[in-house]
Ligand binder design. Structure first.
Ligand SMILES: [Zn+2]
Ligand SMILES: [Zn+2]
Length: 397
């Protein structure tokens, strides 16, 4: 077991952290607008005596804590995301969102609080040889706040040797840590296909180039990329989220144009490339076969979140020492969702792990209007982060 577990120390100020979490929950702010939130984070860090850097990635905050010794020269980063979602909360709790149309439905209020708990513990103890970099990032939800921080020189200013992040997970029991020595989350890409045909009378289709037929053929044929072009042991998802052509009040009009929008999810650069290349080729040849043309836009949003095996095993070992082997899942199934910590993992080796919090059994999934972060797991998250610092940069190697 861990010689001196940070868990018991952190439990002593659990209620103080719960109050912080509920205040953040009641006052959600969306991506790059975390003015109040980043102010609270910076204020809390300053009050603890942590060196604070602001304005990295607009509303991003970085706290730097030096250990009792720093001659190891090592630096480890811990990341928490701070933003909420533009959606309405369905809750009667006394700390439910006070901002109409905004809600902490992904638990980033909990992640921010967890990292503040780690900061307090590390400042009280400094049981490490090196520098801890506490990264509070904005705009994880679709706006790429992690990329904004990296582009602002996060790792030039703070050249971390390893980085870690966690995300609460309603599908795991409370207090269980889940990780995988490889992919955790998928790359998330978006595509748009605009098909140009020739409109005309629905009774005289031979005079037209029907873009709806082209669209329908594209929708079904592109599914063969996953089944025929991607290796059966690799993963890819290709989903259409929007299809539009013609008008519901014009039953006998063949429209001139059709538009399709969708998403592609993959775990490896190679599979991502295969899918995009095959899409481009099939779309062009199907359109040509019908005498139509097609414009294809493919945008790579978030890369895949891929753990380094070494760092993932380290997280699992640290969590096992802290909480026991029965509380650690070492072969967590990756999610086809995405996460912008991937931009940081592209620069620095590290690992992203899940912190079980329960709730899925009642339908309180991430991004559900009834979701709420489970305050019981705050010390578990804070202690895991703290132990990654203490064990990753030990005073006595
Ligand atoms: Zn989310
Ligand atoms: Zn999230």
């Amino acid at each position: 077991m861990y010689p001196r577990s940070p868990l018991e120390s952190i439990k002593k100020f659990h209620q103080e952290l719960v109050a912080v979490r509920r205040d953040l929950h009641a006052n959600p702010e969306i991506g790059f607008e975390e003015i109040r939130t980043s102010g609270i984070v910076a204020g809390a860090l300053t009050a603890l005596g942590v060196e604070v850097h602001r304005g990295i990635g607009k509303t991003g905050v970085v706290g730097v804590i030096k250990g009792q010794r720093t001659d190891s020269g090592k630096m480890i980063g811990l990341r928490a995301d701070m933003d909420a979602l533009p959606m309405s909360e369905d809750s009667v709790s006394d700390y439910c969102s006070r901002v109409p149309g905004m809600m902490h439905a992904c638990g980033h209020d909990g992640h921010t609080t967890i990292l503040l708990g780690t900061a307090k513990y590390l400042m009280q103890n400094r049981n490490f040889n090196g520098t801890a970099v506490l990264i509070f990032q904005p705009a994880e939800e679709g706006l790429g706040g992690a990329k904004a921080m990296v582009d602002d020189g996060l790792f030039d200013k703070f050249p971390c040797d390893a980085i870690y992040a966690l995300h609460n997970w309603p599908g795991l029991p409370a207090g269980v840590v889940g990780i995988n020595p490889g992919p955790m989350m998928a790359a998330s890409d978006k595509f748009e296909i605009t098909i140009q045909g020739r409109g005309g009378h629905g009774a005289h289709p031979y005079q037209t180039i029907d873009p709806i037929m082209v669209a329908a053929t594209i929708v079904t044929t592109l599914q063969t990329i996953v089944s025929r072009n991607v290796h059966p042991l690799e993963a890819a998802v290709l989903s259409f989220g929007h299809i539009n052509a013609g008008s519901p009040s014009a039953a006998s009009v063949i429209p001139g144009q059709a538009k399709l929008v969708g998403t592609v999810r993959t775990f490896s650069d190679n599979v991502q490339q295969v899918v995009e290349t095959r899409m481009r080729s099939l779309i062009a040849s199907i359109a040509e076969g019908f005498g139509a043309t097609a414009e294809f836009k493919y945008v790579r949003n978030y890369p895949a979140t891929v753990n380094t095996a070494l760092n993932a095993h380290f997280v699992a070992d640290v969590a096992t020492d802290l909480f026991g082997a029965e509380k650690v899942v070492r072969d967590m199934t990756p999610s086809m969702g995405s996460e912008d910590f991937s931009f940081m993992l592209k620069k620095v080796p590290g690992a992203y792990f899940r912190l079980g919090q329960g709730g899925a059994e009642d339908g309180r999934f991430l991004h559900n209007p009834r979701f709420d972060f489970n305050d019981d797991v705050i010390p578990v998250g804070s202690a895991t982060f703290a132990a990654l610092i203490e064990r990753g940069m030990p005073l006595q190697p």
